[in-house]
Design a protein around this ligand. Structure first.
Ligand code: PFF
Length: 482
C-alpha cells in the first residue's frame, strides 16, 4: 500500500472508527433493545460485553490491519504467509467482505427511512398528527417499493461520493466535518429533550437496576449488539486500521472508541426516552420506536418539527459515517487486487449493495408474505440478511480473536501495542480465551436450530478449550511463538 494511504493525523483513525461505530446501532437499535430487555440491568451487561469482549477484539482487528497495511482480504493473505499459518485464515477477509456487502444492502434501506422522516419534519407535513396517522404514514412508506428504492439509492449515492473521493479527500475530510457536527446535534437534542421531555423518567428507566431483569437472553442480545455497534468482524476496522500511523496507541484508541460509542448510545437513549415518556408514550415499541413513537413525540412538542429535522440529520449522518466504512474494505480490495480505479471500485461495490438492497425493499411490500426467501429459509429477505449479523459477525470476530491471540507472537503483539507487559498479558488472555468463548456461545445460540442455552455454552467452551490445548501443545513443541 502506498504511504500516502496513511491517515494524515494521528487522531483520524479515532474519528473514523467512532464514525463507523456510531450509527443506527446506537440511535435506533440500542434504545429499543434496552426498552425490550428491561433497562439498567441490560445496560450493565452490555457495558461488560463491550469492554471485556468487544475491546480486546477491536484491538485485535486494528492490529491485523495495521500489521499488514493492506485491505482485509489481501492483508489476511499476507499475514498467513508471514506467520506460516494455514491459508484457511484468509476466510476472515472474505467473510468480512461478504458480510459488509450484505449489511450495507439493508443498512442503506433502513437509513433511507431517516431521509423520509427528515423530509416530513422539514415540510411540517406531520404537524399535529396523532398516533394513528403516524402509524399509517410509516406503513405507507414501507409498503411503497418506489419510495424505499428512491431513498435507498439516494443514501448509497451520498456514501459512494464520499468514498470515491479517496482516503484523504473523501473519508478524512468527510469525517472531519461530519463527526463534530453530529456531536453538536446530539447535545442540542439532549438539551431539548431535557427541557421538553421527561428526563427523570428516562434516566430512571435506563439507569435503574434490577437483578431480576437480567435474563440470559438479555446477555446474548447484549453481546450481539456490542459486536454490531463496534463494527467488529466485517473488515471495516481492519481496513481503517491499515491506514493508522504506527505510533498511535492501539489500546488507548480502542478504549476511547468503545467509551465514546457507549456514551453516545446512552445519551441518545436518554434523549429518545425523555421525549417518548414526555409525550406519554410507551418505551417498548421495538423497531418502531424511532420511526413512529419519536416523530409522534416531536409533533406534540414546541418547535418539535425543527428539532425532529435536526434529529434525523443526526441519524442520517451517523448512518453515512458507518456505511462508508462498509464500502471501504471491499472497494480497497478491488483497487489492490485488480488495480481498478477507486471510482470504478466504489461503483462496483455500491452497485452490488444496491441490487441486493432491492430484496430488502421488497421484503416490506411485494415479498412481505411470499418470496423465494420464504420458500428457502421460511423468513423474509430482510430477516435472512439481518440474520447474517447474528451469525457471520460473531464468527468472524471469533476467528480474528483466535488468529491475533494465537498466531501473532508476544513480541509482534508488543511491537504493535507498545504497552506495559501486564496489559499485553491481560489482552492476550482475553483474546485467547474469554472473547472466543463468549462469542462462540452467542454464535451457536444464534443458529436457528439450536434450542436452549446449555448446549451452545458447553460446545463453545469445549471447542475453545480444545483449540487452546492444541495450540499450547504446538507451542511447547516449538511450532509457534507465544
Ligand atoms: N456500528 C454500526 C452501527 O452501530 O450502526 C453498524 C456497522 C457499521 C456495523 C460498519 C459494521 C460495520 F462494519
Amino acid at each position: 500500500m502506498s504511504s500516502d494511504n496513511i491517515w494524515t493525523h494521528k487522531g483520524t483513525f479515532l474519528l473514523a472508527a467512532v464514525g463507523s461505530a456510531v450509527g443506527l446501532g446506537n440511535l435506533w437499535r440500542f434504545p429499543y433493545l434496552v426498552g425490550e430487555h428491561g433497562g439498567g440491568a441490560f445496560l450493565l451487561v452490555y457495558a461488560l460485553c463491550v469492554f471485556a469482549i468487544g475491546v480486546p477484539i477491536l484491538i485485535a482487528e486494528i492490529m491485523l490491519g495495521r500489521n499488514s497495511r493492506r485491505c482485509p482480504i489481501m492483508g489476511m493473505r499476507f499475514l498467513t504467509r508471514c506467520h506460516k499459518t494455514s491459508r484457511a485464515w484468509e476466510i476472515i477477509g472474505w467473510l468480512g467482505g461478504v458480510s459488509a456487502l450484505l449489511i450495507l444492502s439493508f443498512y442503506s434501506v433502513i437509513s433511507g427511512w431517516a431521509i423520509h422522516y427528515l423530509g416530513e419534519m422539514l415540510t411540517g407535513s406531520l404537524r399535529g398528527a396523532d398516533a394513528a396517522t403516524l402509524a399509517s404514514d410509516f406503513a405507507s412508506l414501507i409498503s411503497s417499493p418506489i419510495k424505499l428504492t428512491l431513498y435507498h439509492t439516494l443514501f448509497l449515492v451520498i456514501c459512494a461520493y464520499i468514498v470515491a473521493r479517496g482516503v484523504h479527500r473523501g473519508l478524512e475530510s468527510g469525517l472531519r466535518l461530519l463527526m463534530p457536527t453530529l456531536l453538536v446535534i446530539l447535545l442540542v437534542v439532549l438539551f431539548y429533550a431535557a427541557a421538553a421531555g421527561d428526563m427523570l423518567a428516562a434516566s430512571d428507566f435506563l439507569l435503574s437496576f434490577s437483578l431480576s431483569d437480567l435474563s440470559l437472553e438479555g446477555w446474548l442480545v447484549a453481546l450481539g449488539q456490542s459486536f454490531f455497534t463496534l463494527s467488529l468482524g466485517m473488515g471495516a476496522i481492519m481496513a481503517y486500521g491499515a491506514y493508522m500511523p504506527s505510533e498511535t496507541s492501539l489500546t488507548l484508541t480502542a478504549f476511547t472508541v468503545a467509551l465514546i460509542d457507549t456514551l453516545v448510545a446512552i445519551l441518545a437513549g436518554l434523549a429518545i426516552f425523555a421525549l417518548v415518556f414526555g409525550a406519554g408514550l410507551s418505551p417498548d415499541e421495538g423497531p418502531g420506536l424511532m420511526f413512529v413513537s419519536l416523530p409522534l413525540a416531536f409533533t406534540a412538542m414546541p418547535s418539535g418539527a425543527l428539532i425532529g429535522a435536526i434529529f434525523f440529520v443526526l441519524v442520517l449522518g451517523a448512518a453515512v459515517s458507518s456505511a462508508i466504512s462498509l464500502i471501504e474494505p471491499v472497494a480497497a480490495y478491488l483497487v489492490e487486487r485488480f488495480s481498478l480505479s477507486r471510482v470504478t471500485a466504489v461503483l462496483v461495490v455500491v452497485g452490488v449493495a444496491w441490487a441486493l438492497g432491492l430484496a430488502t425493499v421488497a421484503s416490506f411490500n411485494l415479498w412481505a408474505e411470499q418470496s423465494p426467501f420464504h420458500d428457502l429459509f421460511g423468513r423474509s429477505a430482510f430477516e435472512v440478511l439481518e440474520l447474517t449479523t447474528h451469525i457471520t459477525l460473531p464468527f468472524c470476530g471469533l476467528l480474528i480473536a483466535l488468529f491475533a491471540g494465537w498466531s501473532l507472537t508476544q513480541t509482534e503483539s508488543m511491537k504493535e501495542m507498545h504497552t506495559r507487559a501486564g496489559w499485553l498479558s491481560l489482552w492476550r488472555f482475553l483474546v485467547r480465551f474469554i472473547a472466543p468463548t463468549g462469542v462462540a456461545f452467542v454464535f451457536l445460540r444464534a443458529l436457528p436450530y439450536v434450542e436452549g442455552y446449555w448446549l451452545p455454552a458447553i460446545v463453545a467452551i469445549v471447542t475453545v478449550g480444545a483449540f487452546a490445548a492444541y495450540r499450547t501443545l504446538g507451542e511447547h513443541e516449538g511450532h509457534h511463538g507465544g
